[in-house]
Ligand binder design. Sequence first.
Ligand code: GUN
Ligand code: FE
Length: 454
Amino acid sequence: MIDMTRIQFGILADTFHTPVKGEMAFLPDFLILVDECGDIAATFTADDAEHSVYVNALRDASKLNIVEKGQFLMPGLVDLHCHAPQWPQAGKGLDLPLYDWLQNYTFPLENRYGDLAFAEPVYQDVTRTLLANGTTSAVYFASIHREASELLAKTSLEQGQRAFVGKINMDNAEQCPDFYREPSVEEALAETEAFIQNVRGLKGNEHGLVKPVITPRFVPSCTETLLRELGKLVQQHDVHMQTHCSESDWARDYALQHYGKTDIEIYAEAGLLNNKTVLAHSIFLTDNDVAMLKEFDAGIGHCPLSNMFFANAAMHTRELLDSGVSIGLGSDIAGAPSPSIFRASFDAVTHSRVREDGVDTRLTAGERGVAGSRVSFVEAFWMATAGGGRVLNEKVGVFEKDFHFDALVIKPSMLGNLRIWPNMDSPRDILEKIVSLGQSCDIDKVWVQGKQVK
Ligand code: GUN
Ligand code: FE
C-alpha cells in the first residue's frame, strides 16, 4: 500500500500519452498519484484491481481531482528550441535568408537585452505565453548578456516553468557585429561559468526546475578556441548543451569551407556533445554524423516550420525516427512565428508529407518525392512529449512512476476551432484533432512538477 500521507493529490482522467514511439495509448479513467515533490508515485488503469481502492482513498482524503468527460489529460509539451529574446520579432522578416535575417533583425534586437528594463516584460510574456500553450519544458536561447539570461531563468522559475536556459556565446569577429559579440574568450568563459553557478543557485531552484545550458550560437559565430573551451565546461559541469547544427546550405558550407568538417564533427572534437545535448535543426547530416549522434546519445530539436523558411531542404525526419536517434520538436521562435508545440507537431507531419509526395508536378508521381517518408500524427505527438524528454534526459513526457507530473488538460473552447463529436470521433481521431486544431484557449489547466501553473 502506498503511504497516502506522501500523496499530494490524485488525478482521474481520460488520458493520452505515447510511452512507445509511434504507438498511442488512450487510457480511460486513468488514475495518477502525485507525491509531495510533484513526481508520479503510481498509476492505475481502470481495470487494475487497486484502481477503485485508491480512487476511494483519495476521495476520502479530499485529494481526488476528477477531469470531466469530454476533457483530456496529456503530458506537458516540450519545446527544445526557443529564442526567448526574439519573441518581439515573431512573424517579422521571414522573407529574408538566414544570414540577412540574423544581421538585420536578430542581432540588433538581441543586443537590446543588455538593458534589463527592456528584457523584463518580454521575458514575463514569452514564458507565460509558452505555458499557456502547454509548454511545460522549454529550452531557451537567451542573449549574450549574463544578467538578462539570469533574469530569463528567474522569470521561468517564478512562473513555474521547467526551463533550460542558455547565455549565448559568440565571438567570431568575421561573423558577429562589433556591437553584439563577446569581448574575449576569457570573458565569455568567466561569464558562462558565473551564469551556471548563479542559475543553479537561484532562490527557489533547490530542486533544479531551471537549469543552465552551455550555448555556443552556431559554428559561424564562434572561434574554434571558444568552442573548445566551452567543451571543457560541458565536461566539467555535467551540464546541458544546445546549439544550431547544419541548418541551411550556407551554415553547412561554412563549416566545410572553414574546417573541412561537418558541424557534428566540429562539435564532437570540441568536446561539446553529450547525452544532454540539443542540436537544433540538423538538416544536412551525413550517415557518419548520425552514427556519432547515437554514440554520444546527443539529441535533435526538429523545428519544421523554421526549416521551411531557412533550411533550403526537408528534414529526414522519417529516417531519423527509424535510426533511433533522440529527436523532439522546437518552435524556433522567431525563425518561425508560432509558440505552440501542437503547431510544431502539425508542421512536422505536413513537412514530411510534402517531402513524401514531392513538389514538381512535371515529374511522374513515382519520381516526385521520397516514398514512405511520412511521419504520423502519433509520431509527431511522441516527439512533442516523450521524444523531447528523452533528448533532455529528463523524466518528462510520459505518465510513468517516478516521472515528473508535467501535464495539461484539453477542454475544447468555443473561442477556438477544436470540436470533438463524441459519437463520431475515436480516441485516435481526438488526438489528431488536438494536434491539428488545439490552441492555448483549449488548454484549460497546466501543471509543472505537480504544481498547477495555469
Ligand atoms: N542560427 C544562428 N542563430 C540563429 C537564430 O537565432 N535563429 C535561427 N533560426 N537560426 C540561427
Ligand atoms: Fe534557432
